[in-house]
Design a binder for this molecule. Sequence first.
Ligand code: MTE
Ligand code: MO
Length: 405
Amino acid sequence: MAGVAVGALRPATAQRGMNPDSVGPGKHLPYGVRSRYETTARDYSLSKTPYKMSGSAGTPLQDLHGMITPSPLHFVISHGASPPDFDPKEHRLLIQGMVDRPLIFTLDELKRLPSISRICFVECGANSSYRLSSGRYHDGAGPRTPMETHGRTSCSEWTGVLLSALLREAGMQDGARWLIGEGAEGGWTISIPLEQSAEVMVVYGQNGEAIRPEQGYPLRLICPGFPGDHSVKWLRRVLVSDQPAMSDRDEGQSTLRDDGRNRFFKPEMPPKSVITYPSADQRLSGPGFHEITGVAWSGKGRVSRLEISTDGGRTYQDARLQGPVLPKAHTRFCLDWRWDGSEAMIQSRCTDETGEAQPTIEAMAKVWGATKEEWKENFQTPSLFNPIQPWRINRNGAIENALFL
Ligand SMILES: Nc1nc2c(c(=O)[nH]1)N[C@H]1C(S)=C(S)[C@@H](COP(=O)(O)O)O[C@H]1N2
Ligand SMILES: [Mo]
């Protein structure tokens, strides 16, 4: 305590006078920054994946509270160069293709339309797949923190208009079946099945302010529950078509279903969860009370149940869900726990309102005709990878990723 008090007291004295020039290293800023004692950050070394994406960084899930991801910590996957610097006054959105009235919108015109705000996650389809995992894994060390294993998901409040409202305005023609979104930086085009597009938003707001350059400023799509690649950033065009574009490499990539059939277009992310405390790379200070906490989500709807095991999956107990529990949004869960100091294997299992639950990695490998050992050897775990994530707590309090132990 003594150490903490000495560090904390200095700024407290400085605060008393509230003279802008005397407060901390910062001042009373017109646009605030966090305390200099807070250092959590995204990690762009994730860019050193086999895909060599220029901008790929995970959210440090292990350092966050609640359900909202602060905008500066939203994960980033950008296939092009550094975030483009589009002038919102110059930016236009085109609605074209199989429509009666092709439309062009400026930002101001979009902002005059009836707006909606919705809290939902964006998760990369490859999040937590070892195929795309941290560069560290390929150095043999394996992904360690929740940021490295599960950090390509973030949850924001998004504000904008429903795409369906713009399409109604344009008047869709008979036979229209696909919506093809295009990014203005060039090179990002993706197909959304019209019949699953009811919730798709064209957004300009994120957590109460303009979306960040890394997230697609000034305009992007948000496709709640879909793999993140559908949520086109720097959106410049929606082309209405009777066919998919088959453009992006992920569009042609199939995922295997439980019944053994392949599916090519993947409209929803499966239920997933990860314990963020205690988690790998942290260390328990000692036996006694610790709250186990983490985040759970599903692209199919609400999280309906979250169970935690502290004995490697032999027994589970229900965790408390922190409200609000929203469909297709991160949901914070908590469980009171007393660590007795012996080795423990902690893991969480999410079930969503459709009744689908997270599988064990063994069950998932079986569906794919693989084994856990093969996956460990070749890193070829599939997209939409959602097995239960175990962390091992050793007797000395050190914690490690136990997925492949
Ligand atoms: N224009 C454009 N949109 C894009 C991408 C991109 O590279 N360019 N990446 C996609 C992928 S693969 C994902 S997972 C999400 C990531 O969104 P974020 O960077 O805001 O987290 O954006 C999608 N939209
Ligand atoms: Mo992605």
